[in-house]
Design a protein around this ligand. Structure first.
Ligand code: E4P
Length: 221
């Protein structure tokens, strides 16, 4: 399963690339706003970090255009020209799906975001989505079961051999990362602190301390 970092902070992305070997990045308006940089400047800076690789950077279209598929298409075409790494995000709505159909027919890769049902995911796949992004943290926070949701998306994709990758998003902890992997998801995207915490365990730290004590009490030669 691929790991994407959900961030627009260049320092975080650099660390995640160097230390965690991440496979790509997802951004959204919240991350771009947090970067403190203009939208176009920050997405191009991130895109340039991945050029020459097969890793992708998902960038979101302006929500103001989301009620009109032609406006999504026009913006997506402009964004896609800026970096070969870009996959363009649009919502899992009627207009988002239609925009995806037009764009994917032109070879522009689309990430259908804000997916909350298997039926939405199926339509994203039918319309040629490169990625579909189920937001599991939002659903689980609402008391909904998410494991079968991910499994359904993977099964639908496999039943019909769609070319879409299931990109599990809004991930809050290591348990959800592992659940996504058990369910056969292709990719998980999570924030920096989620991965940082997921890669640690207090018993690992405790064990290092214990072994160090024995090591220090033992002659080396
Ligand atoms: C994924 O592509 C999104 O950027 C992300 O996971 C959004 O959810 P969050 O901001 O609630 O984590």
């Amino acid at each position: 399963m691929k790991f994407f970092l959900d961030s627009a902070l260049v320092d975080e992305i650099r660390h995640a690339l160097t230390m965690w070997d991440i496979d790509g990045v997802t951004t959204n308006p919240r991350h771009v706003q947090a970067s403190g940089k203009p939208f176009l400047a920050v997405i191009q800076e991130i895109g340039s970090m991945f050029e020459g690789t097969d890793k992708t950077v998902s960038v979101q279209t302006n929500p103001a255009s989301h009620g009109d598929y032609q406006a999504i298409v026009e913006e997506a075409r402009r964004l896609a020209k800026l970096s070969p790494t870009f996959v363009i995000k649009m919502p899992s709505t009627e207009h988002g799906f239609k925009a995806c159909r037009v764009l994917s027919d032109e070879g522009i890769r689309c990430n259908l975001t804000l997916c909350f049902s298997a039926a939405q995911g199926l339509q994203a796949m039918r319309m040629g989505a490169y990625y579909v992004s189920p937001f599991i943290g939002w659903k689980e926070g609402n008391g909904e079961e998410v494991q079968s949701f991910i499994e359904d998306l993977v099964a639908i994709r496999d039943n019909y051999n769609f070319g879409t990758e299931v990109l599990v998003a809004a991930v809050r902890n290591g348990r959800q990362i592992a659940d996504a992997a058990v369910s056969g998801a292709d990719i998980v995207t999570a924030g920096f602190s989620v991965f940082e915490e997921a890669f640690k365990h207090p018993y690992t730290d405790m064990g290092i301390g214990k072994f160090q004590e024995f090591w220090d009490e033992t002659p080396y030669e």
